[in-house]
Design a binder for this molecule. Structure first.
Ligand SMILES: *Cc1c(COP(=O)(O)O)cnc(C)c1O
Length: 437
């Protein structure tokens, strides 16, 4: 039993992040959504079992559905303004399940080139082996650049709302229009923005993806991924492009459009993709993600404020060549950020030291409050040198195209006191001046 949908639709973001999708149990009434840490569920009597298998309503086995995971799905669907969501084991699983569910061999993706390295690797190394090709757009906010790369076999456009480390904010509405002119979906990885800063579906996106390991959880204790659907799959417009959503089932039963209408896509991802490929999240992780989401707005608001404070301070320092933060008035993406991210511009960005890789090494080795690690969206502030870690598979040309230079460091700003973060960054700069190894 869940709360009436009215609660999710009328109330503000902070209320929804606490109450949308929460479970109420008839027999007992725990305040927190319980951890249903079980592989499966007891089937009542003979007829209940066959009914459950034919309708898909209710719970049978955790790979098919689990009440703790469902609570996260309903909550994030509400926060994103989508109709349904699917929780999987990681952000990578969310991207893989989505793309493999939309495309088949011989088909084609057009993607912004400024995307998460794991996703880029999935497109370049894995999907190519399944006969799915990807073309990359460098000038991702130019509709013509996308238009030029779209083929008759293109079945998805892909981009991130806030790419990192360059913070080249994506113009969702402009490229959604291109996608819809071709009857194909725009898929947005909105991990760095979270629904608190932007809800891509409101701007025309069709599918929103999150690595819940980052801001949604926030505590950095678990991995998780989410796929949220707009519920606007239009069989009349796009049915021929996606026959697997329309066709009758293998045994001649109703197809996904007939059963789920505008939710055909996400229903297919749940029942055919996630069920069979099996990226099932642990109910314990689902619980921890749900706990994180309850403070999402507070954390992201504070992180964005801290990030702006840090970016403004960094911009003033003589050792620093540039700061790629869209919240700064000097940033080329500032106007887009004001339009899409009026409540805060996020907290993951990069800055470039004049002293190149030696300065970057000295800086990273000198800071004490910032944690040196490859993760982001944590309540703690984090720092990383992308050129020699996350982006080490890019050529020098590709690196500079992505705004990554030898002296570039990426930070994910946490919820610490701003003054302490700045003191720590001063420590980093002192390290650079001293030339410590
Ligand atoms: C981390 C990340 C992913 C991958 O998520 P995992 O949970 O680590 O699998 C995908 N996209 C973006 C933007 C990310 O930051």
């Amino acid at each position: 039993m869940t709360l009436p949908q009215a609660i999710a639709q009328q109330d503000g973001f902070a209320t929804q992040q606490l109450h949308a999708g929460e479970r109420r149990d008839a027999a007992v009434n725990p305040r927190a959504t319980p951890i249903y840490l079980t592989a499966g569920f007891v089937l009542d009597d003979f007829d209940h079992a066959s009914e459950l298998f034919s309708t898909g309503e209710g719970f049978s086995y955790t790979r098919v559905g689990n009440p703790t995971a469902e609570a996260v799905e309903r909550r994030v669907a509400a926060l994103e303004g989508g109709t349904e969501a699917l929780l999987v084991g990681s952000g990578q699983a969310a991207v893989a399940i989505t793309m493999l569910g939309l495309l088949q061999a011989g088909q084609h993706i057009v993607s912004a080139s400024s995307i998460y390295e794991g996703t880029r690797g999935l497109f370049l190394d894995n999907l190519t082996r399944f006969g799915i090709e990807t073309d990359f757009v460098d000038d991702a906010n130019d509709p013509q650049a996308w238009e030029r790369l779209i083929r008759p076999t293109t079945r998805a456009l892909f981009a991130e709302s806030i790419p990192n480390p360059k913070n080249d904010i994506f113009d969702i509405a402009a490229i959604a229009a291109v996608a819809h002119a071709h009857g194909i979906p725009l898929v947005i990885d909105s991990t760095l923005a979270t629904p608190y800063l932007v809800r891509p579906i409101e701007h025309g996106a069709d599918i929103v993806i999150h690595s819940a390991s980052k801001f949604l959880a926030g505590h950095g204790a678990v991995l998780g991924g989410l796929i949220v659907d707009s519920g606007r799959f239009d069989a009349e417009r796009s049915g021929e492009l996606f026959p697997h959503f329309v066709e009758r089932s293998r045994l001649g039963g109703p197809g996904f459009v007939e059963r789920a209408g505008g939710n055909a896509r996400i229903t297919y991802l749940r029942e055919i993709m996630a069920l069979r490929f099996g990226p099932t999240p642990s109910p314990l992780n689902a619980f921890l993600i749900n706990q994180g989401i309850e403070t999402l707005s507070l954390r992201v608001e504070r992180q964005s404020q801290n990030a702006l404070g840090v970016a403004r301070w960094l911009e003033q320092q003589p050792e620093i060549h540039s700061v790629d933060y869209s919240g700064l008035e000097s940033n080329p993406f500032h106007a887009l950020a004001q339009r899409y991210l009026p409540d805060g511009q996020g907290s993951v960005f990069s800055f470039t030291l004049r002293g190149g890789i030696d300065a970057a090494r000295a800086f990273v080795n000198a800071v004490e409050v910032f944690t040196h690690m490859t993760h982001l969206g944590d309540v703690r502030s984090l720092i990383l040198h992308p050129g020699t870690t996350s982006h080490n598979l890019r050529t020098d040309d590709e690196l500079s195209q992505s705004g990554i230079w030898p002296g570039t460091l990426r930070v994910s700003i946490g919820i610490e006191d701003l003054a302490d973060l700045i003191r720590d960054l001063e420590r980093g700069l002192a390290g650079v001046r001293a030339g410590t190894p």
